[in-house]
Design a protein around this ligand. Sequence first.
Ligand SMILES: Nc1ncnc2c1ncn2[C@@H]1O[C@H](COP(=O)(O)OP(=O)(O)OP(=O)(O)O)[C@@H](O)[C@H]1O
Ligand SMILES: [Mg+2]
Length: 359
Amino acid sequence: MKNIAKITLYQYRNYSSASFAFPQLVTCITGPNGSGKTNLLDAIYYLCYTKSYFSAYQQNSVQNGAEGFRVTGVFRNNEEQATISCKWVGGKKEVFRNEVEYEKVTDHIGAFSAVMIAPDDTELINEHSELRRKWVDGILGQADRQYLEKLIRYQKILQQRNAWLKMQAFRVSENTNELEYYDSCLAEDAQYIYERRAHFLTEFLPLLSDYYHRLSGGSEPIQVTYISDLSQKPLLTWLQQQLQYDLRYQRTLKGIHKDDWEFMLNGLSLKHFGSQGQKKSFLFALKLAQYAWLTRVQGHLPILLLDDIFEKLDQTRMEALLRIITGPGFGQVILTDTHAERIRAAFGSDSEIGFVSLG
Ligand SMILES: Nc1ncnc2c1ncn2[C@@H]1O[C@H](COP(=O)(O)OP(=O)(O)OP(=O)(O)O)[C@@H](O)[C@H]1O
Ligand SMILES: [Mg+2]
């Protein structure tokens, strides 16, 4: 278990300067709308991944009118303690562990982990494939350094190849060395990423199915299909065969940057035929399975961050969720709600919950 014991925020979102402690295994952050509950959860997430869960623009996390922000957290792992500090000033990010700066920010990834469940997360089911790729990459990237490095290189080379394709529209180059280099790099990295993604699913699916059934109380069969160009042939073959189309469209049409996952319930596409309730249960099951999978490969329990979920769940599913997250296989839980009383009632009066009250 690697828990967060304390956090200090400086010029982060609505916080000018504030500190919070989390002495209990379960902490509930309460306060009215707009009081900073989600921002506080996001700051904890930031310390684990050096990025916001909610915003792709780091600058948005800077308090309006300020130059930058700093978030510092004290993490505990049994007897060990580590202080992580993230600083963002003038468009530059610095990350420190016990006051020593990381040479590469990516070296921090995987040291501490968190799983967030937030109200808008059903996007993962309803929206386009890019969100699902980002989600899977986020999971695999923190468990496997090579995956992260290969993915970063793939994305960089893909951009270069696309730029090369665009250039051909103006000036056809006789020299194909550059293209051959791009293709061989892409093919190598794509193969690794494809195999990891495919293997991940075989381990992930039983966890997903188990959590879905525990949450929903049902036993409908669940299927997840991994859709990839590489399941038909290696990327190098695709790139060579597709070159005329890539040139026409001036971008690389085949590759792992097109991968997707289809979620099915009872043999039907969840995205197109699932009910709201089924989608919500499925989303929670996806996140709980993510938590269980990370625990297994990383060997420690991530921090579970639950934003506003009690607004969104019915009584039965909420009780099932609470039983799961306070049971074996789960560690520190930090959640938010507008009503302290509702949380107290849901957990039962004899359970030990810490409260942080805002606003
Ligand atoms: N960069 C920023 N600088 C200053 N204030 C900000 C910044 N970003 C967000 N805020 C403020 O933070 C507040 C929102 O905080 P947050 O989303 O954490 O609230 P919340 O308690 O989760 O509310 P709700 O119950 O509605 O979900 C808003 O008042 C918003 O104006
Ligand atoms: Mg909120």
